[in-house]
Design a protein around this ligand. Structure first.
Ligand SMILES: [Zn+2]
Length: 421
């Protein structure tokens, strides 16, 4: 492979919003291996479902893996709302991936996106006043919620470490992802235990409390010879030591750059190019070909860029056909960019190479991607696709949930501003 090949070439699969059976995951792994990818980031926990068996805490799956309805907009399918992977199934998938040269990075979301976790174990959530805990349920819509693990509770920190003990037993690879994105601090501002922790540690903010928790977990995992990966939001609480890995997805580019300048390593997953759940009207194959190989925040720090990863979030992905339609040929095109193999090709030659790879991939795996008409859209076609996706997200049955999220984000913004004054 060329010298410009990224070391980390991956995709991410969200199985919280919709469960995906092991045989389908194996098929995607085969496709990824065919594309010379070497990482799968497995997003196993979120507000809408906890999908990994943890033996010490059986309610995580008994309660947290079960969801009745979904209001993600335009996805009335219910078959895949519930389900989880037993530890034996996980070992089997890990073995299979390993045989293909793919390492799996499991993600346990901390401290936010924790509704399913806290629905199972409310004792590890925050207090809403002096005596009562918040009560959560497995969320049935997409978006951002206020559920956070309580950073003021020693019991909650021990609970997280217990979970990670089992996770690290199952996944023998170098990296463990602990999330960290979209953790609105509504509850931490109100929780007596979190307030006390902030006071005792002399922390300047709730973001700094998140950083404290992340360091606590990161050091614990470092003790097991693992590197901790976090979404870039965590840098809002201050710089992290260089043994962390930051996954850059949106915003905060200057903080990510500072982290890199300080010796930190970064995985690139910019929403502008890498999000495979976005419609082709937002990211088509031609756009992927035109993507700058090095993002601005990494200019001059190329050796700190481990590589790239393309997430597939599954709010509106309820079966393998839909997953394949969204992933291919965009992941195929991305794999060429990750390998640095097709940098000199003009659009027509790039498209022909992608078409050739697609044909072979379909023969090998049976996975069929989007038709060529979607690969390079006119501005009008692209806008129509984006509008259609927006209409799904804002479908009437999903709208009350969207409004509730907007209200939470409004309060969050207001309280942050007050604090800064
Ligand atoms: Zn708390």
């Amino acid at each position: 492979m060329p010298e410009t090949t990224f070391r980390y070439r991956g995709f991410m699969l969200d199985v919280s919003r919709h469960y995906m059976p092991p045989e389908e995951i194996r098929k995607l792994l085969q496709a990824a291996a065919f594309l010379d990818m070497n990482r799968m980031h497995w997003h196993l926990t979120d507000d809408q479902g906890w999908r990994i068996e943890i033996r010490k805490y059986p309610l995580l799956t008994e309660v947290g893996a079960v969801r009745g309805d979904s209001f993600f907009g335009g996805t009335p399918v219910k078959e895949r709302n519930s389900g989880f992977y037993t530890q034996e199934e996980i070992r089997e998938i890990v073995r299979f991936a390993g045989s293909l040269g793919i390492e799996i990075i499991p993600e346990i979301e901390i401290p936010g996106h924790a509704a399913a976790m806290l629905a199972a174990y409310p004792a590890f959530g925050c207090c809403r006043n002096e005596t009562e805990k918040w009560q959560d349920h497995v969320e049935i819509s997409g978006g951002i919620f206020s559920s956070l693990v309580c950073a003021g509770s020693d019991g909650a920190v021990a609970f997280l470490k217990d979970i990670l003990d089992e996770v690290t037993e199952l996944f023998p690879f170098d990296m463990i992802h602990i999330g960290g994105d979209e953790a609105v601090k509504y509850r931490w501002r109100r929780c007596p235990d979190c307030r006390r922790r902030i006071r005792e540690l002399g922390l300047p903010s709730e973001d700094a409390l998140q950083r404290w928790l992340v360091l606590e977990i990161g050091e614990y995992l470092a003790g097991k010879d693992r590197r901790t990966v976090v979404w870039n939001d965590v840098l809002d609480g201050g710089l992290l030591p260089e043994y962390f890995i930051v996954q850059q997805w949106m915003g905060g580019e200057e903080k990510t750059r500072a982290f890199m300048e300080n010796g930190g390593s970064v995985i690139r997953s910019d929403t502008a190019y890498c999000y495979m759940d976005y419609p082709y009207g937002a990211i088509d194959v031609k756009r992927i070909r035109e993507m700058p190989r090095i993002p601005d925040y990494a200019a001059g720090l190329e050796d700190r860029l481990l590589g790239m990863e393309c997430p597939l979030w599954t709010e509106r992905v309820t079966d393998l056909d839909r997953a394949a339609y969204l992933l291919f040929p965009r992941l195929t095109a991305m794999s060429l960019r990750m390998k640095g193999e097709a940098e000199e090709l003009d659009w027509e030659a790039f498209r022909d190479l992608v078409a050739e790879k697609e044909k072979e991939l379909e023969q090998k795996t049976g996975l069929r991607g989007a038709p060529e008409a979607e690969w390079s859209l006119s501005p009008e076609e692209a806008e129509a696709e984006r509008d259609a996706e927006n209409r799904k997200i804002h479908a009437p049955e999903a709208l009350p949930f969207v409004q509730k999220q907007d209200e939470l984000l409004r309060i969050e913004k207001e309280e942050r501003t007050q604090k800064m004054q």
